[in-house]
Design a protein around this ligand. Structure first.
Ligand code: PGA
Ligand code: ZN
Length: 424
């Protein structure tokens, strides 16, 4: 059983140049693991508390020195030389030290750094790749997740030039990660050429590496994605389909969805999205409604659940209680799983299990603020998630994860997850 010899934290920078936390864990065996914590911009209100220093003179208040101090001066001294029976035992100790429901005691960024670094160190101690020890933790057989890749960005990730946040491509016909990446490259390059022709766009990219030309409206954003798929020689809906992240909480104000000059009720918003799903090959819809619009989510699933994954991100915040509520109310049929929304691996595993028990699909997701760390690829594989959502195929903080999937594919020869049949 692993005994903790050393645990330390440091402040590093994420893909937006903003501070985040890195933790390093060393066990008595000498095994050592490190992990870095991502950070969202389009965050859900129910996410665990990310501790920021709030000193406006330094990184506009976004410093993580206090979170790091909590690792070095609270967590480590309390857990030094302790022997743990496993990840859940270690995570339980973290939660006890934090002592709050929302992780505002020590900070979810401090806790997650430790939780992940411990997972890495124990995998190294066991002489196994991380995905394998994570699979044992979950009790699943590892499997490669199908990538869903951001083609176009909008919303908070792209200066709000169009309201919805992501238009992603789903390489449905791909049988390997290698196939999926080659197809993605072709569509991305076609979209670059299309953007140059239609909008005089240079291939500048948004927070997650997606292209962000000045689309006149959402319909054009969607039809351009279909055109790029065709230009690349694929059949839309058959070879490559679309997924969208509406991130509707961002434009929900005063009980109305305010987009494209319209003020829509929940019902009208569902009709609008249903129109997109009818006209375009969209097979997954994330956050089509706002995070607290619980009243309309079951109507959304009833209207579209047969044709598309109804995925909750801000709605669920990877929180077991919110997932239970959504299962009970039939509010969604898919979970977007972001470990830093909840704060420890054990709690995220609990969320994943609850979603699975309800027959839901699971997408393991990165954040818009990422680092070069690649643990997400191992987590998605080990927990046998159906999909992975990393962002686009530019920017190295994204590529670190795709490249790790390519490596796992070559070294472990695992199958690629099929597209799941949505639960009506
Ligand atoms: P975030 O965006 O990391 O900025 O929250 C990702 C998403 O909304 O899926
Ligand atoms: Zn989202």
């Amino acid at each position: 059983m692993p005994t903790l010899r050393r645990l330390s934290g440091l402040e590093i920078l994420d893909s937006r140049g903003q501070p985040t936390v890195k933790a390093i864990c060393e066990l008595a065996s000498g095994a050592r693991g490190a992990a870095s914590v991502p950070s969202g911009r389009s965050t859900g209100r129910a996410e665990a508390h990310e501790k920021r220093d709030g000193d406006s003179r330094r990184y506009r208040g976004l410093g993580c020195r206090e979170a790091v101090r909590n690792i070095n001066e609270v967590i480590f001294p309390n857990l030094e030389d302790t022997t743990f029976s496993g990840q859940d035992d270690f995570d339980r100790a973290l939660l006890e030290l934090d002592g709050t429901d929302d992780k505002s005691g020590l900070g979810a960024n401090a806790l997650l750094g430790c939780s992940l670094a411990y997972a890495r160190a124990t995998a190294i101690e066991a002489g196994k790749p991380l995905f394998q020890t994570l699979a044992s933790l979950m009790g699943t057989s590892p499997r490669l997740p199908r990538p869903t890749i951001t083609l176009f960005s909008g919303g908070k990730h792209a200066g709000g030039q169009v309201e919805i946040q992501d238009v992603l491509i789903v390489p449905l016909a791909a049988r390997t990660i290698d196939d999926a990446m080659a197809a993605t490259f072709a569509v991305y390059q076609a979209a670059v050429a299309l953007g140059a022709r239609k909008y005089g766009m240079r291939p500048l990219v948004a927070d997650e590496g997606g292209l962000a030309p000045a689309f006149p409206d959402i319909n054009t954003m969607l039809s351009d994605a279909v055109e790029a798929i065709t230009m690349a020689g694929f059949v839309p809906g058959l070879d490559i389909a679309l997924a969208i992240d509406v991130a509707a909480s961002r434009f929900f104000r005063g009980g109305r969805y305010q987009l494209g000059g319209m003020q829509l009720s929940g019902r009208n918003m569902i009709e609008l999205v249903a129109g997109w799903v009818a006209r375009f090959p969209i097979i997954s819809v994330e956050d089509a409604l706002a995070e607290d619009d619980w009243q309309h989510w079951p109507d959304l699933r009833r209207a579209l659940g047969r044709r598309a994954l109804i995925m909750g991100d801000d709605l669920l915040c990877t929180n077991p209680r919110r997932i239970e509520r959504a299962v009970g109310e039939r509010a969604a049929n898919a979970l977007l799983l972001k470990v830093n929304q909840i704060g420890t691996l054990t709690e995220a595993a609990d969320s994943c299990r609850r979603a699975r028990a309800a027959g839901w699909a699971v997408t393991a997701s990165a954040r818009s603020g990422e680092t070069e760390d690649d643990w997400l690829a191992d987590l998605a594989t080990g927990w046998a998630s159906d999909q992975i959502k990393i962002g686009s195929i530019t920017r190295s903080e994204r590529l670190a994860k795709y490249n790790r999937l390519l490596e796992i594919e070559v070294t472990a020869r695992l199958p690629l997850a099929p597209w799941p049949t949505p639960l009506p």
